[in-house]
Design a protein around this ligand. Structure first.
Ligand SMILES: [Fe+2]
Length: 195
């Protein structure tokens, strides 16, 4: 069953905003912190020469139950939204996912988009990108008239070609903690509509 969603019109794109229920946020934050410390180290942000602001690491290999569950939940909602708006049947689906953390000390943010599904398979194009906000800055200042103030506990789904930039949060006592994924569908048109 498709969750109800709100559509946000943003720079000629549609963003689907969906509340996610049933998440144990404190357990999820605990597991993210364990993965972060083990995989990346206890650093405030990536070195600038890496070209990936904040702290970012793949969750493709994570077997933490809470992380696996939210990835699976978000993938299935993206699939439901895709199926309902495209009227195509999904034969198979693929997901490349990561965590993004921006602490108050993170100085850097860059405009980017996610049309490339993964760097391992560079010829593949993302169908949809999703972001799930586990935590959000508590005094994010609106600096741009074209800006979305994300809410914790919500999933946002948008096309991979949408250019965007997470705002830095130097005055926040909360970190911005986001799970995100690129989803790619192998789909065929629903032939029942052609008869
Ligand atoms: Fe992004």
């Amino acid at each position: 069953m498709l969750n109800s969603y709100e559509i946000i019109n943003f720079k000629h794109h549609k963003i689907y905003k969906i509340k996610i229920d049933g998440i144990d946020t404190s357990k999820l934050l605990e597991d993210i912190d364990i993965d972060r410390k083990f995989l990346v180290g206890d650093i405030p942000f990536n070195p600038k020469e890496m070209g990936s602001p904040g702290i970012q690491f793949s969750t493709n290999l994570s077997n933490s139950k809470s992380i696996f569950e939210i990835k699976d939940k978000c993938y299935n909602i993206v699939k439901d939204v895709y199926t309902s708006i495209s009227n195509k049947e999904v034969i198979s689906g693929y997901q490349n996912s990561w965590i993004f953390i921006s602490t108050a000390s993170n100085p850097d943010s860059q405009y980017h988009q996610h049309s490339k599904f993964s760097y391992e398979l560079p010829t593949l194009t993302t169908s949809f990108t999703w972001t799930y906000y586990v935590d959000v800055p508590n005094n994010d200042e609106q600096t741009d008239s074209i800006m979305i103030m994300p809410e914790a506990g919500y999933l946002y789904i948008f096309g991979g070609t949408l250019w965007h930039r997470p705002e830095v949060n130097p005055n926040s006592t909360n970190d911005r903690i986001v799970l995100a994924g690129n989803v790619l569908f192998n789909a065929k048109s629903d032939s029942s509509n052609l008869i």
